[in-house]
Design a protein around this ligand. Structure first.
Ligand SMILES: [Zn+2]
Length: 217
């Protein structure tokens, strides 16, 4: 049997000597009192776009759900195994988060697959193809735009998809009702990996803009 990856053990050693040592009181308090994060982040599995790293979050601060291309399936109360909906239900109904952030990112492989549906499935199950079917209508429109370069189409669908997932969030009665009451806010964000740029979605227009960081730093 292969040994546990040494890189992970080295990282854990650094964590215990560094971050855990510095924040042990907080970890103990979180263990005693439970978690109460105010924000849920729905992000991609991509190893380059980790929400806790990008937002410099400490333990207990973010309730993070990651799946391929940060998608939210529409509300569908049936007997299927809805992992994303289960996490959403827990965050909203039990943790009572105040914010949900759907965060996409540049160079997303899932979005690339949605724009190139003729690519060979990775396995007979074609799970990525099925999953990315959630954005298929938008992908077809963007893919057919020959005036855009492939890179522009990629960025466009990454951002359109974020708006689409926010629409899907509102198909969940608990989300819609709490948003109407002003107790839950839905946000979009897009992270460009190479330059580290964060763009946030304007709630009114849907446009992605660079946030002003002056007041928050
Ligand atoms: Zn991705």
């Amino acid at each position: 049997m292969a040994p546990f990856p040494p890189r992970l053990l080295a990282g854990y050693r650094n964590f215990m000597a560094g971050r855990y040592a510095a924040e042990s009181a907080r970890y103990r308090s979180l263990a005693r009192e439970g978690q109460s994060p105010e924000t849920m982040v729905i992000a991609c599995c991509d190893s380059r776009a980790a929400p806790e790293t990008i937002f410099d979050a400490g333990p207990g601060e973010l309730f993070v759900l990651r799946n391929v291309a940060n998608l939210v399936p529409p509300y569908a109360p049936d007997d299927r195994h809805h992992g994303t909906s289960a996490a959403l239900e827990f965050a909203v109904q039990s943790l009572k988060v105040k914010n949900i952030v759907v965060m996409g990112h540049g160079r997303c492989g899932g979005i690339h697959a949605a724009l190139n549906p003729s690519a060979e499935p990775l396995s007979p199950g074609d799970f990525i193809g099925q999953w990315m079917g959630l954005v298929a209508p938008a992908a077809e429109v963007v893919a057919s735009n020959t005036l855009m370069t492939p890179a522009e189409r990629q960025t466009a669908l990454e951002r359109i998809s974020i708006r689409y997932q926010i629409q899907n969030l509102r198909t969940f009665p608990c989300v819609r009702i709490l948003e109407e009451k002003g107790r839950l806010a839905l946000h979009g964000a897009w992270f460009d990996i190479s330059e580290g740029e964060l763009w946030v979605m304007d709630a009114e227009t849907g446009d992605f803009v660079r946030p002003s960081l002056g007041e928050t730093l």
